[in-house]
Design a protein around this ligand. Structure first.
Ligand code: BG6
Length: 508
């Protein structure tokens, strides 16, 4: 792997959780793999008044606590944190940016680091355009002697209009090619492997269409509740928090046409085409095609768990959904008539994300089978945990007659010797450093995804009669979601923590 060119990474909001839990540990992992530039520096910026050493000490602690490296080497941590500095100023006010510019200039001169800057906004989204504007005023956004890259995190707006507004504001300041919008699902090894599974295996691609696939199901379940993010979550909900971004990106990668090359825009153009082909859910169809739910209090493993409305920061009469399931179609040649089902929720029985391809049944039942529901082949692409791939198929039960048994063929990443799955941030930070935007959401993808969810948002906002179903924490969401799945006896796959442990679902 190539090393990125020398640069300085500036993190706004450096005293927050994202920096200590994800960014610094991910940078440390790059250090362990010798993937940081020869000359590299991290500058944390925030309002908190601390000095370089105090900030370094905090970052050392966070590496020890959150690094995914087994037994991180103390000496290496020491060496890595040497490249970290801290600057205290109020990033809302342009007056502080002269100090930042001088600091960067000073580092460039004294340490010989090229004037390439990456600005990571680990701040509330309302600050993105403010910081970008201030960087511009201070002459820090223009690429002349070196590159200037901006990293922002979701949410990219609140709805279609605010999503467009954010893009407009950023485009007034920097070019789209300078913006890296993080969708951390795209940083997951197993999400990227969707591309390889589909386009490097001659056996799957010929079957990957309406002629052989009956339906596609994507689940992203979490067993945790909203934890200490009640305030944010209550104004967001599962549709904005997970569907508009992570889930639709997974739909894009599952359904896209083969790109003509691995060039960033070539891949993103194909994902965009899928998003543009999503059949909009009409407002009047929302009650039938979209099920929303909210968890209620229950007892899990003998422990009382609060209902959503009793979480900190959540309104007692909140109508925010903590679960959503959507059925939709993709209007194109490959997928015409194939239903796609996606669902996500908090306080479900287990944490699992997977894509399930349900193939069509054989046209004629020759053999005796235990149950009709078991007769179709499934390809389960497990994104997390127990990352891997499972193919379910029928075989002859040994013995007299022709009894059929459904069995599994499995691949688990854990069986690959000495391979650690890199964290999403590790991959994404490295890609920004390399100037590769393939795994980042482009402006038009974000807007098109908002377009798809907009009628659902509008229907819920306008029509209070659309039900929000309660579901006890620790269960698979509202049971009416089962009725979304078209076809007699068909329902969702109810997965376990372990890839092949289906049937009786939970490890709680
Ligand atoms: C985030 C959401 O984007 O993704 C969270 O804001 C959610 O609510 C998280 O918990 C899930 O990510 P992962 O990687 O744990 O599946």
């Amino acid at each position: 792997m190539e090393k990125p060119v020398n640069h300085i990474l500036v993190i706004f909001g450096a005293s927050g959780d994202l920096t200590s839990r994800k960014l610094i540990p991910a940078l440390f992992s790059l250090k362990v793999q010798d993937l940081l530039p020869e000359k590299f520096s991290v500058l944390g910026c925030g309002r908190t008044v601390i000095n370089d050493q105090q900030f370094r000490d905090r970052m050392k602690e966070s590496i020890v606590e959150f690094s995914e490296e087994r037994n991180p080497d103390g000496k290496l941590i020491e060496e890595f944190t040497e490249c970290i500095s801290y600057l205290s100023f109020n990033s809302e006010q342009v007056s502080g940016y002269g100090k930042l510019r001088d600091f960067l200039q000073g580092m460039t001169n004294s340490q010989g680091i090229s004037p390439n800057y990456i600005f990571y906004m680990a701040t509330p989204p309302s600050m993105y355009s403010v910081i970008a504007g201030n960087l511009h005023e201070a002459g820090l956004s223009v690429q002349n002697a070196g590159f200037r890259r901006l990293i922002i995190e979701k949410p990219f707006g609140y709805d279609l209009e605010s999503g467009r507004e954010l893009n407009r504001k950023l485009h007034d300041i920097v070019d789209e090619s300078q913006i890296y919008r993080i969708d951390h699902y795209l940083g997951k090894e197993t999400v990227q492997n969707l591309l390889v599974t589909r386009f490097s295996n001659g056996i799957f691609e010929p079957l990957w269409n309406r002629n052989y696939i009956h339906r596609v199901e994507i689940t992203s379940a979490e067993s945790i509740g909203v934890e200490d993010r009640g305030g944010y979550y209550d104004s967001s909900g599962a549709l904005r928090d997970m569907v508009q971004n992570h889930m639709l990106q997974m739909v894009g990668l599952t359904a896209m046409e083969p790109p003509s090359s691995l060039e960033s825009n070539s891949i993103r153009n194909e994902v965009l085409k899928v998003l543009q082909s999503l059949q909009p859910v009409r407002e009047s169809d929302v009650p039938r095609q979209v099920i929303r739910g909210q968890y209620t209090g229950s007892t899990i493993k003998g422990e009382c768990v609060n209902g959503y409305r009793y979480e900190k920061g959540v309104a007692r009469d909140s109508r925010t959904e903590t679960y959503v399931a959507v059925k939709f179609y993709i209007n194109n040649w490959r997928w015409g008539g194939v239903p796609f089902y996606i669902r996500t929720g908090k306080r479900l029985p287990t944490r699992v994300t997977e894509v399930v391809i349900h193939f069509k049944k054989t046209p004629h039942h020759l053999f005796q089978r235990d149950s009709i529901a078991q007769t179709s082949n499934q390809l389960v692409i497990r994104i997390q945990p127990d990352e891997g791939i499972l193919l379910k198929f029928d075989m002859k039960e040994p013995g007299a007659g022709f009894n059929v048994k459904n069995v599994n063929m499995e691949f688990h990443y854990r069986d690959l010797a000495d391979i650690r799955l890199p964290s999403a941030y590790e991959r994404l930070l490295y890609d920004v450093m390399m100037g590769d935007s393939t795994l980042f959401s482009r402006d038009d993808e974000v807007e098109t995804a908002w377009k798809f969810v907009e009628p659902i948002q509008k229907a819920w906002a306008r029509n209070n009669d659309i039900k929000i179903y309660g579901y006890p924490a620790g269960t698979w969401g509202p049971s009416v979601a089962d009725e979304l799945v078209e076809g007699c006896g068909l329902t969702w796959r109810y997965p376990c923590k372990n890839l092949a442990g289906d049937g009786d679902y939970c490890e709680l």
